[in-house]
Ligand binder design. Structure first.
Ligand code: HXC
Length: 269
């Protein structure tokens, strides 16, 4: 049961990139359960249709499905315009779409590095720019970026993701200062390992997840629900003095100097 009141986001509209699965889906559903109408942007149409139907039936709110590749700025512009046309406004943007795969840096191709930077960093910029120009510049709004912790130190096998997420953090701080006077507040959540996600399945298969869990000070991996609840807090009135904040949610893992798991048998993630 949620600790937040059901009507917390009544009358609000939120667009969530990468909203069909994982953390994005969790945040979208949490916002809808608390009264918001939501729009999900995702590249995979089949995930999108299912997620949108399930969120509508579980919450009774509108859930618009927007098939688009976050790497295509024109497609993102069109998705933002459609959200405003069909749902009437755009109060909240959650930049969650991300790509990841573990790869030793010496083996990572320019295209592999570029694919992740294009999705995480440039994709965040595409949606942010569109939302600002189409709605938030005039009406204000809240932008929440989903970052990570792996670039707070050095995480082998993640040079592409670390570079991309560092750019996301830089955008968070820069735009918080530049757009704060216009009523647009930009914050980020930096999740550590979240067990029930596609990213975790890729990065921490099977026994690796058990080793990692043992290294987290609170002895558990995060859950999608942890990040969704924190997002509700940041985006609600409780977060109204937050701007440019990057909130770490990792059970204290990064404080122990770790951001991921050190595998047996050498460097990697
Ligand atoms: C090496 C790889 C690779 C791999 C892709 N590439 N997978 N290189 N090892 N496992 C390279 C390809 O060879 C190619 O380069 C380039 O990347 C683009 O690959 P494509 O398959 O053409 O690209 P595309 O399908 O557009 O996107 C690839 C992708 C994406 C980035 C891997 O499909 C993706 O990320 N999917 C997973 C989504 C996901 O898990 N999201 C959660 C993120 S979790 P060449 O040179 O061959 O052309 C997260 C935070 C984790 O971000 C924090 C944990 C603590």
């Amino acid at each position: 049961m949620s600790i937040f009141r059901d009507s917390l986001f009544a009358g609000r509209v939120a667009l969530i990139t990468g909203g069909a699965t994982g953390i994005g889906r969790g945040i979208a559903e949490a916002l809808a359960r608390h009264g918001a109408d939501v729009a999900l942007l995702s590249r995979k149409a089949e995930n999108l249709a299912a997620a949108s139907a399930e969120i509508e039936s579980a919450t009774g709110r509108r859930c618009l499905a927007l098939p688009a590749d976050i790497r295509n700025p024109e497609a993102v512009d069109a998705a933002v315009i459609r959200t405003i046309a069909e749902l009437g406004r755009l109060d909240i943007l959650v930049n969650n779409a991300a790509g990841n795969f573990p790869c030793a840096s010496e083996d990572l191709s320019p295209n592999g590095f570029g694919a992740v930077v294009d999705i995480d960093a440039k994709g965040t910029w595409h949606a942010t720019r569109s939302a600002f120009r189409a709605w938030m510049k005039e009406h204000g709004g809240r932008i929440l970026n989903i970052s990570a912790t792996l670039h707070h130190g050095g995480t082998p096998g993640q040079v592409h993701v670390a570079a991309a997420k560092a750019a996301v953090d830089a955008m968070t701080r820069t735009l918080a200062v530049e757009w704060g006077p216009l009523g647009v507040q930009v914050n980020a959540i930096a999740p550590g390992p979240i067990g029930d996600t596609e990213g975790a399945r890729r990065l921490f298969p099977g026994p690796v997840a058990d080793r990692l869990r043992a290294q987290v000070p609170i002895r558990r991996l995060g859950a999608i629900e942890d990040i969704a609840s924190l997002a509700l807090f940041v985006l609600s009135q409780a977060g109204s003095n937050l701007n440019g904040a990057i909130l770490v949610s990792d059970g204290g893992l990064s404080l122990s100097g770790r951001f991921s798991v050190e595998p047996e048998g050498g460097p990697g993630v």
